[in-house]
Design a protein around this ligand. Sequence first.
Ligand code: URA
Ligand code: SF4
Length: 251
Amino acid sequence: MSVQPQVKPPFSRTDTKQSEAESGSYPPVEGFLMALGGHTQGVGRTNEAGSAADFLPEERSLSALKEAAAGCRGCRLWEIGTQTVFGEGTETSRLMLVGEQPGDQEDRAGRPFVGPAGRLLDQALEEAGIDRADTYVTNAVKHFKWQARGKRRIHQKPSWAETAACQPWLEAELQVVQPQVLVLLGAVAAQSLLGRQFRVTQNRRQLVESDLAPAVTATIHPSAILRGDPERRKEELAAFVGDLRFAAALI
Ligand code: URA
Ligand code: SF4
């Protein structure tokens, strides 16, 4: 299939309306309690529908965006995350990869995909013949959402409202980098940009019709391989590598 280059921006943002019910659902109360040092006032009330849009800088460069994102208060996740984990890579990258949100190690390091999922991604990229140094790697949501379980911080899926609140950063990254190929890793990234009805499992390793980039495709998230059945891991990893090869061929 030939891919028609398209003029960007503008690109469409789909389905980012937040429902009342969702913007009010904010599970990591334990995380809050820890972050607030035991103060409970106000915890659990998160109905304000904020947005990162209020924090975007005028200058559109990756360094200006990253600096501004460090002070983002567009949703309440900044209260429990250690720091904003912005995307990483150069403005000239032809391939952009978008994950869900930073994990425990990314939250500490301030860099995307440096923990277990990142190591698996690195391995898969290498097998697919893609040099990570040539890519731009980022996440749909830029703060780590977690819940305490004992001493561990357990990943919590960001809500639709949080994903929508954070989307201006991703849009700005897309505007600056203008990748030839956009690879969405997992349902959160894919649905945030392609709509909630999008199903990664049914549409992986295919070109998706979208004006986000000349070529847009989605695949599973590497964490899904880590969490999945160990007996199927080799097979799942091979399929993931195949999806990345498909993306590499579009560059
Ligand atoms: N999972 C993600 O989606 N992103 C990261 O940066 C790390 C783990
Ligand atoms: Fe801002 Fe995104 Fe962090 Fe929310 S998750 S505070 S919108 S950077």
